[in-house]
Write a protein that binds this ligand. Structure first.
Ligand SMILES: Nc1nc2c(c(=O)[nH]1)N(C=O)[C@@H](CNc1ccc(C(=O)N[C@@H](CCC(=O)O)C(=O)O)cc1)CN2
Ligand SMILES: Nc1nc2c(ncn2[C@@H]2O[C@H](COP(=O)(O)OP(=O)(O)OP(=O)(O)O)[C@@H](O)[C@H]2O)c(=O)[nH]1
Length: 446
């Protein structure tokens, strides 16, 4: 099945550069000869770390390393695997890489180890995707979601559904072979509740406010407001660093500036945007266009107002009209104001000072609540990619068609398509066309 199984691959599994210890992994049929060629000793006992001197082609020792031997199929990839735990220096890595290449091994492509593990049946596609997500996870909630998926929770949910469909299909096919003339519909009565039940369950799973996908990608917040309201100052204060330029000249920010925040374990992408006003300057107008486009895509808008301006209510109305919909109002520069309203344009406002830090804790707590509500995982595992969503929608559409079909043959065909849509998520059916796309995004060495 695999294009690669005759090749033996190797790659650095740890991050490149100087480091205390670095790990090179080898996988494929030649792993069991490459390792003794390096150590000039027989293979060590399986899965036991063993100290060995490693030799290059000329016989020179280039490192004293720990080596590991995992004979297939009991390895990560299911193939013969060896690991070299080397001193993490450039010259050591170069010597190891040269010695392996000289033995006919080749450098692995990104994701190739995981792809081999998938092809050997060690992982389903959702588990392989979760490995990439775990490596990319930056916050605790992202890590938990990825680990849960890596341990098979999402794959098991979809496989359970697929099995129910496969059983229903067997029912339908029996009916086609031994028709019961008295049946009013195309569907055997026992099959209808299975299909409607699944149709509903998948509907509930899909109507999750995209929490799994958002948790994976980050919840996006756009800071909007008039020029000089202190948007850049607020971004810097929340990010605790000078990410955006602050100046008393109105119209300073033109491009969208983003910073990543960890709010109580949830990933947030906070974007500073150009101040909204009727600008004469061409570049500033483009900045405003980008600000509004960014706000459109944002999961939440943070409307920043300068509380020292006299027409604050009108400002709020005007900006809210531009930003339409759901926004959190922040009154900045409270250090300059003697009176701070608690409501603006009919919304509760949070008063802060980006300059002194006053009120920032309240703002952060409010944001954490909103983000937590939108991203908090439920009892069931969440879908985490557009790919999963698309396949589930295909599955549901096929179920709806099956339920409307008036011939058992047609219903059976749609149930088969519904089951196949689920099978494509886990990789149980024809997915050859998906694999390049899925594994391309992996790190080298994964
Ligand atoms: N040194 C090292 N650390 C690592 C990895 C690795 O490949 N090498 N991993 C790589 O991502 C992760 C651990 N994942 C692994 C998953 C399965 C197997 C494995 O040998 N599986 C066999 C045997 C299972 C068993 O004995 O319980 C199997 O599935 O048959 C190894 C590592 C993280 N840490
Ligand atoms: N006193 C006081 N001054 C502030 C506060 N926040 C910002 N400023 C000042 O207000 C001015 C504008 O701040 P910026 O953060 O650049 O404002 P902006 O909204 O990003 O402005 P544009 O990029 O022009 O849209 C600067 O001189 C800041 O130092 C605050 O909380 N209190």
């Amino acid at each position: 099945m695999s294009l690669y199984s005759t090749d033996t691959i190797f790659a650095l599994a740890s991050a490149p550069g100087r480091g205390g210890v670095q790990v090179i992994r080898l996988s494929g049929p030649a792993a069991g000869t490459a390792l003794p060629a390096l150590t000039r000793r027989p293979l060590p006992p399986p899965r036991r770390a063993t100290l060995a001197r490693l030799h290059d082609q000329a016989g020179e020792v280039f490192d004293q390393a720990l080596v590991l031997w995992f004979p297939g199929p009991d390895s990560f990839t299911g193939e013969d695997v060896a690991e070299l735990h080397l001193h993490g220096g450039r010259a050591v890595l170069a010597a190891a890489s040269e010695a392996l290449t000289a033995q006919g091994l080749r450098v692995a492509e990104p994701g190739e180890f995981s792809r081999r593990a998938f092809e050997a049946g060690k992982l389903d596609l959702t588990e392989a995707e979760a490995i990439a997500d775990l490596v990319d996870a930056e916050t605790a909630a992202q890590r938990r979601q990825a680990l849960r998926q890596m341990e098979g929770a999402l794959g098991a949910l979809y496989e359970g559904w697929r099995h129910r469909l496969v059983r229903a299909l067997a029912h339908l096919e029996a009916d086609i072979d031994f028709p019961d003339e008295d049946l009013p519909h195309g569907l055997a009565p026992a099959v209808v509740p299975v299909l409607t039940g699944l149709y509903q369950e998948i509907g509930v799973h899909l109507a999750d406010g995209h929490r799994g996908e958002r948790l994976r990608d980050g919840f996006s917040i756009a800071i909007l407001g008039a020029p000089n309201a202190g948007k850049s100052s607020l971004l810097n204060a929340l990010a605790r660093r000078d990410a955006a330029i602050v100046s008393s000249t109105a119209g300073t920010t033109r491009d969208v500036i983003e910073v990543n925040l960890d709010l109580g374990g949830f990933p947030v992408i906070l974007a500073d945007t150009a101040g909204l006003r009727d600008a004469a300057d061409e570049i500033e107008r483009e900045g405003i266009r980008r600000a509004l486009a960014r706000a459109e895509r944002a999961d939440l808008k943070l409307l920043v107002l300068d509380c020292s301006t006299w027409n604050i209510g009108d400002m709020a109305e005007a900006t809210l009209a531009l930003a339409d919909g759901d926004a959190l109002v922040v009154l900045n520069k409270r250090d300059l104001c003697t009176y701070v309203p608690s409501m603006v344009a009919g919304r509760t406002a949070i008063a802060v000072s980006a300059a002194t830090g006053e009120g920032l804790a309240d703002l952060l707590a409010a944001l954490e609540r909103i983000v937590g509500d939108r991203l908090m995982p439920g009892a069931a595992p969440s879908l985490t990619r557009a790919r999963h969503r698309q396949a589930l929608e295909d599955c549901r559409a096929a179920l709806a068609r099956a339920l409307r079909a008036d011939l058992p043959e047609l219903a059976a065909e749609d149930v088969r398509l519904a089951a196949r849509a689920l099978g494509r998520i886990t990789g149980r059916v024809d997915v050859e066309d998906l694999l390049d796309v899925i594994f391309r995004d992996f790190c080298i060495g994964k």
